[in-house]
Design a protein around this ligand. Structure first.
Ligand SMILES: [Zn+2]
Length: 430
């Protein structure tokens, strides 16, 4: 029960985060509406719990319910002083803090909510505030969920951090972030907000610029320099990619991909071509489901086998319910044309921009997988800044074909991080 209420509070915090920019400009009339809404939800949830369903199911329903009520809640987010009153020195924030300690892998929405609530209760000087927003910002970048970047940036600015908030994140007096000027130009489809893959989204907004410092694959912000802006990239001990070579340890984990067809959503984020996958496709690790969020490409393959890269690699990025990341790597070997990639390349934007949603193009990520499912596995990291560790990699041994023309049709000539030291890790083979 406590856990469910905490989830709801964190969700409310996201609304708060989105509203901060405006609140800083103008203090609205304060009332206790938000707290009342919260209490009502908590009571409704308690009633549902008595209905003998599992807590997880109830939490899902409660969050769905709240998502529907996001719009009216947005207005109530201006009454935040009442929430602050309820949180200050109260058990609610302590619950949040302890949940945070247990679960390092909170979702982006929860991170944002946590940052917002800490900011409310403790003020911008508390280091935990910036920490939570920074973490959300990093996760947003990796997941291509750029709309959350606005909330995190506004939160950081509100906490007094020296951060440049994207112009797209400017807040209108009604609290709705302004959509980017990039919208409305796509002829082949409509420009849509990035998929959120979960509950707790705050409205629909299109954000197209990068957050945080610029980085790239060559020159002054090339991989050797990432560590200066993103410490984990330089100091991490479990970084990816790896040169995969023996001796190997026998792997025992059972991996199973259950991908489903869905409408194509594709974007060029300035670093790669990425396909955002609608909910429902899963990777199962010993039966534990990891939702497929997106997949993207590197040229050449970031992973090497016995010191040699392949023409390209596809990284399928998955996340479990408790926030753990798992990447399935499919190596692409130069050979025959790949029909799946043919479809993707015909719709992939050649220049950086927002996601393009093509409702009439149905794509199944399973078409990009080889038949054989033997793999190498190791603990690694994001291979792009901020290089966050704790990512499990599964690199399939069987490559799939890609034609030379298709490799040359990929809009990035080189977007592969060099291989990283193995240190004290083991690579399993199974
Ligand atoms: Zn990748």
């Amino acid at each position: 029960m406590k856990r469910t209420v905490v989830e709801i509070v964190l969700l409310l915090g996201l609304v708060a985060a989105a509203a901060f920019g405006w609140i800083n400009l103008q203090k609205g009339n304060l009332a206790s509406g938000n707290v009342v809404a919260l209490e009502t939800k908590a009571k409704a949830t308690e009633a549902m719990l008595n209905d003998s369903r599992t807590e997880a199911e109830v939490a899902e329903e409660a969050l769905d319910l709240l998502s529907d009520e996001m719009e009216p809640l947005r207005a109530k987010a201006f009454e935040l002083d009442a929430v602050k009153e309820a949180l200050a020195n109260g058990p609610l924030l302590q619950d949040l803090e302890s949940l945070y300690k247990q679960q390092k892998g909170l979702s982006i929405e929860r991170q944002l909510g946590l940052g917002a609530l800490r900011l409310l209760a403790k003020g911008g000087d508390d280091p935990g505030v910036a920490e939570a927003f920074q973490k959300a910002l990093q996760m947003a970048d990796w997941n291509g969920r750029k709309k959350t970047i606005c909330a995190a940036q506004i939160g950081l600015a509100a906490a007094g951090e020296n951060i440049k908030v994207l112009s797209e994140c400017a807040i209108q007096p009604n609290g709705v972030p302004v959509a980017s000027a990039h919208g409305g130009t796509a002829a082949a489809g409509h420009v849509a907000a990035a998929d959120d893959h979960g509950h707790g989204q705050v409205g629909k907004q299109v954000v197209s610029a990068h957050a945080g410092p610029h980085w790239g694959y060559e020159g002054a912000m090339g991989p050797e320099r990432w560590g200066s802006e993103f410490p984990t990239c330089g100091k991490g001990r479990s970084q990816a990619p790896l040169n995969i070579k023996g001796p190997f340890v026998k792997g025992r984990i059972n991996v199973n991909a259950d991908y489903k067809a869905g409408p194509l959503r594709i974007l060029n984020n300035g670093h790669t071509v990425q396909v955002n996958v609608p909910a429902g496709s899963k990777l199962r690790l010993d039966g534990v489901p990891y939702e497929l969020l997106q997949f993207h490409f590197h040229r050449p393959s970031e992973e090497q086998i016995d010191g040699k890269p392949m023409a390209m690699v596809i990284h399928f990025v998955h996340k479990s319910a408790d926030g753990k990341l798992a990447v399935l790597g499919v190596l692409l070997k130069e050979g025959n044309e790949n029909p799946g990639i043919k479809t993707l390349w015909s719709h992939a934007p050649t220049v950086e921009g927002p996601e393009v949603a093509l409702d009439d193009v149905v794509f199944n990520p399973a078409n990009l997988l080889p038949k054989e499912f033997e793999f190498f596995s190791y603990e690694g990291s994001l291979t792009t800044p901020p290089c966050t560790e704790g990512v499990r990699f599964f690199i399939l041994k069987a490559p799939v074909n890609v034609s030379r023309e298709q490799v040359n049709g990929f809009p990035f000539k080189r977007n592969a991080r060099p291989v990283q030291p193995l240190n004290d890790r083991v690579i399993t083979s199974g």
